[in-house]
Design a protein. Structure first.
Length: 314
């Protein structure tokens, strides 16, 4: 039997920035209320999560597309290598800013584009995003098949004549990637996010935590039947811990006009701010929170009155 491959839906190059030594990381598991230390290699992965079913690769593409093409050629060689280089730059800039503590420093606009790109990619590449997309595509297929069947009956046309790619049985990996990772889709969302108002928060120590659901999306105005893939609805604010020292929040420009004077201005935050943000990460985490510091005592105190972990409905 072929051995499975670990495919990390949250990249290790990102998790290194929340680790103890670039390898080990503290984990708090909300499912069983357990705290432990493990290797970043052993968390936030699915077996063969991006592997392509070889039977679905057409003969003409087999010299260019392999079972591991999405994981190796796209995520590892393109997305994560770029992200890793960017994080090296950010860490260098962070060290200089923390040393100078210049309160009037504006975060470079070219950095916001890179961060927005990584936010979109990360938001779309989770198991939850795949589940949503696969269910949506399956629903669309069923609707199209029903319409085609009706037209075939009404017009006495052979059903086979009306088939097209949309209704062909798909593969979850391909449905996910072909829906979410088209360059034009990514670029359009990145442009919208970059045009919003950005808050950049710096902490003095390696204090911020992250989780298996690191991107928090909140709206001041409730939206009925909100699409999972909508990152730029009115009154939205998006929070993303970029490293253990840097947290980014993006505000809808129209709804939060009063924040315009502070756009991209670096802010140095205190321990209380960090605690609140770590609380929010804990609540929004699906199962696991990770950090370079053992926060197990803090998490244990966050349980509700019945002694159960607090989960957020995504």
């Amino acid at each position: 039997m072929r051995e499975y491959t670990k495919h990390h839906y949250i990249p290790q190059c990102y998790l290194k920035n929340f680790s103890i030594d670039g390898k080990g990381i503290y984990v708090y598991n909300k499912k069983n209320s357990k705290s432990y230390c493990t290797s970043i290699e052993n968390i936030f992965f699915e077996k063969d999560f991006y592997s392509i079913d070889e039977e679905l690769i057409p003969d003409y593409a087999k010299d260019r597309v392999r079972r591991e093409s999405i994981e190796h050629d796209y995520f590892a060689n393109q997305i994560e290598s770029q992200f890793s280089r960017f994080l090296d730059i950010i860490n260098s800039v962070s060290a200089k800013l923390m040393e100078s503590k210049d309160i009037l420093t504006a975060f470079p606009v070219e950095y916001t584009e890179n961060i927005a790109f990584q936010i979109v990619i990360q938001y779309f590449r989770t198991p939850e995003a795949r589940k949503y997309v696969v269910e949506l595509v399956d629903y669309i297929r069923s609707v199209v098949e029903t319409l085609i069947d009706c037209n075939a009956i009404m017009d006495d046309i052979e059903r086979e004549q009306l088939k097209f790619d949309l209704i062909k049985p798909g593969n979850e990996v391909l449905d996910h990637c072909c829906t979410c990772f088209k360059p034009q889709v990514i670029k359009s969302i990145v442009d919208m996010l970059q045009n919003n108002i950005w808050s950049i928060y710096f902490s003095a120590g390696d204090c911020f935590v992250t989780s298996d659901s690191p991107i928090i999306i909140e709206r001041e105005i409730p939206t009925k039947n909100c699409d999972f893939l909508s990152l730029n609805l009115p009154s939205t604010n998006i929070t993303f811990p970029l490293t253990s020292r840097i947290l980014v929040r993006i505000w809808d420009r129209e709804y939060y006009k009063q924040l315009e004077p502070f756009n991209r201005i670096v802010r140095f935050v205190n321990d209380e701010f960090v605690r609140v943000e770590n609380l929010r990460q804990y609540v929004w985490a699906r199962n696991q929170v990770v950090s370079s510091i053992d926060y197990s005592d803090f998490y244990q105190k966050l349980k509700n009155e019945k002694g159960k972990e607090v989960f957020c409905k995504h």
